[in-house]
Design a protein around this ligand. Structure first.
Ligand SMILES: NC(=O)c1ccc[n+]([C@@H]2O[C@H](COP(=O)([O-])OP(=O)(O)OC[C@H]3O[C@@H](n4cnc5c(N)ncnc54)[C@H](OP(=O)(O)O)[C@@H]3O)[C@@H](O)[C@H]2O)c1
Length: 312
């Protein structure tokens, strides 16, 4: 996804009116150095609607009330520009307050929120979007996602039509989905003709989902990893610790770098200032093919979260 057109210079897109250009030959080799970096060091990935998304963001799920603002403040100071929240997380208000208090202009930030399962359906979605925007205190949203497909309720196509309308009305710049399986994606596309720009899915070395990532790539959909660190559960694995020691990095940095070199976007969560900073300090080292293969070998296909086919 990082390099759809490998043979020539690629326009990565623009954020805050700044166009970021990268040499695709460079990133084809898995080297994420950018020819020109505006604002922060984080590369932007092109979305299929002409917008672009930072490859790293801060996830704020389970960051408790009074810790949300300081965590977002630390993240923005460290160079994060993307914040990932959801109505389900119950912290859209605190996220909005942190954005309002930030010294970085709104136009340089990329804010994602998500529509919760109980709010699926065309009219319900439009209403839930208004409530999210009120809580966030924003005039426009960068990315709105359907949180889960919930196939048992069979409302995700109507929900998607509402997102298409919100995008047409310029209330949201980009629209996508989360936890969608290939069958759910195919149905959305077949019935509406609009391809989501991104699918946010559980993704980490234990659940590396190569087939799903390839499917996304074939449709120009950005893969964004939730629980990119498997909620910390894999960070003590000896193989990761060995690679980390060789690079003089933390195991978390090794895992995040593996995601970036695979072309995925990541939204690690941390409420710990030192970890928030570590999780974005990823641009002065590279994993080689042996490292990548060793991390690929951690695959067990075990989920830390719910199964998208049955979650409700
Ligand atoms: N779309 C969905 O259905 C969905 C589902 C789940 C999550 N998400 C999104 O994805 C984001 C990330 O997922 P997640 O929170 O489940 O899991 P995660 O980012 O894989 O892991 C978070 C856990 O790892 C710890 N951690 C973070 N950085 C670390 C480091 N450098 N070294 C050691 N431990 C570290 C955190 O602890 P501390 O906070 O204590 O530092 C926390 O316990 C969420 O915040 C949310 O935005 C989306």
């Amino acid at each position: 996804m990082l390099c759809h057109r490998p043979s020539r210079r690629q326009r990565y897109g623009s954020l805050a009116g700044k166009t970021i250009i990268a040499l695709t030959k460079t990133c084809q080799k898995g080297d994420l150095r950018m020819a020109s970096i505006a604002v922060s060091q984080v590369p932007l990935l092109s979305l299929n609607d002409g917008h672009a998304i930072p490859q790293i963001g801060l996830g704020v799920y389970k960051i408790i009330d009074h810790q949300v603002e300081p965590a977002i403040h630390t993240a923005i100071e460290a160079g994060y520009r993307l914040i990932d929240t959801a109505s389900f997380y119950g912290n859209e208000e605190q996220t909005g307050a942190a954005i309002a208090a930030s010294s970085v202009p709104r136009s340089e930030l990329f804010i994602t929120t998500k529509l919760w399962n109980d709010d699926q359906g065309y009219d319900q979605t439009l209403h839930a979007f208004d409530l999210s925007m009120e809580r966030l205190g924003l005039e426009y949203l960068d990315l709105y996602l359907i949180h889960w497909p919930v196939p048992a309720r069979d409302r995700y196509v109507d929900t998607w039509r509402a997102l298409i309308r919100l995008q047409k009305e310029s209330r949201v710049r980009s629209i996508g989905v989360s936890n969608f399986q290939p069958a759910h994606l195919r149905r959305l596309i077949d019935e509406t003709g609009v391809i989501p720009c991104l699918n946010q899915v559980e993704l980490h070395p234990a659940l590396s989902q190569p087939a799903l990532r390839a499917f996304h790539a074939s449709l120009g959909i950005v893969t964004q990893a939730w629980s990119p660190l498997a909620r910390g559960s894999i960070l003590h694995d000896e193989r990761l610790v060995t690679i980390a020691a060789r690079h003089q990095r933390s195991p978390a940095q090794i895992v995040l770098r593996w995601h970036l070199q695979n072309g995925s976007a990541v939204i690690p969560k941390s409420a710990t200032p030192a970890r928030i900073k570590d999780n974005i300090a990823l641009f002065d080292f590279n994993l080689d093919a042996t490292d990548m293969r060793m991390i690929d070998a951690l695959r067990t296909d075990c989920r830390t979260g719910a199964d998208p086919d049955t979650a409700h």
